[in-house]
Design a protein around this ligand. Sequence first.
Ligand code: ADP
Length: 262
Amino acid sequence: MTTLLQLNQVSKQYGKETKALSDVSFSVNEGEFVSIIGPSGAGKSTLLRCINRMVDATSGEIIFDDTNLHSLGKKELRKARRKIGMIFQHYNLVNRLSVIENVLHGRLGYKSAIAGILGMYTEEEKGEAIKILQVLGLQDQMYKRCDQLSGGQKQRVGIARALIQNPKLLLCDEPIASLDPNASKIIMDHLRNISTTMGITVLVNLHQVDVALKYSDRIIGVSKGQVVYNGLAQELSTEKIHEIYGSEAGELIMDVGGRNAG
Ligand code: ADP
């Protein structure tokens, strides 16, 4: 197994008061599907954002694809980021643009600023966008403006935009937190399928334990900025869920449907 991502003692302090992450260390193998679970404020979003350096860690090492991201200058970072796709809870689409234009934005990391501004994409890039939209079941929505789509469709556009980067790693920050159960299932099925059939590594922040258990190879439990569980989904005990979620645990364990009962 090849390690794609390795975090060594990553810490993040916001201002003087808030220590969002404390000495977080873990690794993710190529092709793995890993969920990060934990209550609100645990540091999940900060953790994902430190990996692609949308947020700069205060200390520690982040090694992705044999490169220490923390030490890269602007130009090299831009290049490294091509290989890391990001999916957001609120999609981060340009609503007044069409679906296919939003997908093509995923190619901007490969272009000069001017080519990007002029929307200069090759026929090959357009063909690739169409192919990805077909895989995600959006072939009939391609020329619609994004503000005419449902939440679940918007999130599929977000996934398509990440895939056209040709990433090795997908970081998904609460991708289903704004979706109903049906749309959530469609999105999680696509993410799992991307991992299994395309060999892309998926690291996803989730609030819902039941979803994490269903889809993940491995689960990383975060509480108060620290990793308190790192292991197989099937080995996550009720006690651990309590430790990760504290007072929120009761409600969540009911959602899991007594899977860990006894
Ligand atoms: P989660 O994603 O698990 O809800 P976050 O990473 O969003 O957790 O937040 C972790 C902690 O860091 C929280 O205490 C939060 O208030 C704080 N925090 C997050 N982003 C910022 C920021 N930009 N500035 C200051 N504090 C922040």
